[in-house]
Write a protein that binds this ligand. Structure first.
Ligand code: NAD
Length: 256
């Protein structure tokens, strides 16, 4: 379905971003990876799917890096047809104790980076009259949890940016939608399981059950593979008129 198209997925060296990159690659899209950590491992996993793979190490908190990444993607692949804004970080603390540098980093990486990639990708998408912008928000783009002021503010912001972008492109072949996962067992969430286990003297299994039980009625993690298939749906012709949605895949979290 996505042969001869290029998808740029921010934060795609692990977790959800890598899952979405692989799902899009299975549809034939060439992939521009981004993120830190095991870059070679991620590249090998996507290359094994038989598509062309590029990588840019832009730090999503830096506007100039993002501009350079978008230029590099256009130079290597011609155009970004599918933009997945996925890079994100977390920090937990009460508002009055929230470290200012963590607030600034979360707003920059989880929210402002999506504005920058979107503004830079849109002109070529509009010229081609086809494009897909998929913002990985969170169930925290729809509802709040204590201790996550910056994250919840950023993710609500991403849902807002998604709606505005969808409205501004509504009469074109470009769509913009958000994906709102509940708990997904990635390094970002394992850190929260570890913190719970350490604070309460629990085993990994007990802490995992507690984490799920607090929020997710299905008592089941959503997987990067499932989220990847939702991204594939947003890219399909059947989703031509799906615009500005914030689609939760959250085991019933936001239904409560
Ligand atoms: P992860 O930690 O596994 O992956 C995050 C990715 O972002 C990695 O590739 C990392 O290298 C990259 N990254 C981090 N900081 C970056 C920066 N400054 N510049 C460029 N890349 C950077 O996390 P994940 O759980 O896969 O999260 C991916 C997205 O999904 C995030 O936006 C997160 O908020 C969202 N999300 C996660 C969950 C969950 O339960 N894991 C739930 C809802 C939403």
């Amino acid at each position: 379905m996505l042969q001869n198209k290029t998808a740029l997925v921010t934060g795609s060296t692990s977790g959800i971003g890598l899952g979405i990159a692989k799902a899009l690659a299975r549809q034939g899209a060439n992939i521009m990876l981004n993120g830190f950590g095991d870059v070679d491992g991620a590249r090998a996993e996507v290359e094994a799917l038989g598509v062309r793979v590029g990588y840019h190490g832009a730090d999503m908190s830096k506007t100039a890096d993002i501009e350079d990444m978008m230029r590099a993607a256009a130079a290597q692949f011609g155009r970004v047809d599918v933009l997945v804004n996925n890079a994100g970080i977390q920090h937990v603390a009460p508002v009055q104790d929230f470290p200012v540098d963590r607030w600034d980093a979360i707003i920059a990486i989880n929210l402002s980076s999506a504005f920058h990639t979107t503004r830079l990708a849109l002109p070529a998408m509009l010229a081609a009259n086809w494009g897909r912008i998929i913002n990985v928000a969170s169930v925290h783009g729809l509802v709040a949890s204590a201790q996550k002021s910056a994250y919840v503010a950023a993710k609500h912001g991403v849902v807002g940016l998604t709606k505005v972008t969808a409205l501004e492109t509504a009469t074109t072949g470009v769509t913009c939608n958000a994906i709102c996962p509940g708990w997904v067992l990635t390094p970002l969430v394992q850190k929260q399981v570890d913190a719970k286990a350490a604070a309460l003297g629990l085993s990994n299994e007990e802490a995992t059950k507690l984490l799920l039980g607090e929020k997710e009625p299905s008592m089941q993690f959503t997987t990067p593979e499932e989220l990847g298939e939702l991204a594939v749906f947003f890219c399909s012709p059947a989703a031509n008129n799906v615009r500005g949605v914030a689609w939760n895949m959250d085991g019933g979290w936001a239904a409560q």
